[in-house]
Design a protein around this ligand. Structure first.
Ligand code: FES
Ligand code: FES
Length: 158
């Protein structure tokens, strides 16, 4: 049975009438057209579907809509836009941390979560923060480098 779910999505109030057992990932992609959040394994193993809820990274493929009521959700569409990239997006492009790009939205959001609470993380802390985000292409070195670069960009601008 459908239920009204209200939440904040990328800074906007949203109210949806949906089956509360559907996943946030499916509702984002199928109902809201927000396809930046990727469906990889659909089982909680790859992190491609990572979004932030109250600033914390979660696997949206494992999150039923019933748990979203009243929450604040950030997807990749809310991080930056082509005219105004977020410093993390700038850094990933500058350093060459994007290859096929399938892992990139989830990586960026996991990276945002760590930089929001720890503006100058160590390499070990960066690697730990993206441990749930699998990348088949880059070998992670460029991604870690990009997150360090973004940390410096953000510090310079703050
Ligand atoms: S699609 Fe959610 S963890 Fe892989
Ligand atoms: S860039 Fe292809 S999976 Fe990470």
């Amino acid at each position: 049975m459908k239920q009204e779910i209200r939440f904040i999505l990328n800074g906007e109030h949203v109210s949806l009438n949906v089956d509360p057992s559907r996943t946030l990932l499916d509702v984002l992609r199928e109902d809201l057209g927000l396809t930046g959040t990727k469906k990889g394994c659909d089982e909680g193993d790859c992190g491609a579907c990572t979004v932030l809820i109250a600033g914390k990274p979660i696997n949206s493929c494992l999150t039923p809509m019933g748990k979203i009521n009243g929450q604040e959700v950030l997807t990749i569409e809310g991080l930056g836009d082509p005219e105004q990239l977020h410093p993390l997006q700038e850094a990933f492009l500058k350093v060459g941390a994007v290859q096929c790009g399938y892992c990139t939205p989830g990586m960026l959001l996991s990276a945002k979560a760590i930089l929001d609470i720890n503006p100058q993380p160590t390499e070990a802390e960066i690697r730990d923060s993206i441990a749930g985000n699998l990348c088949r292409c880059t070998g992670y070195t460029k991604i870690v480098e990009a997150i360090k670069y973004a940390a410096n960009l953000l510090e310079g601008r703050s």
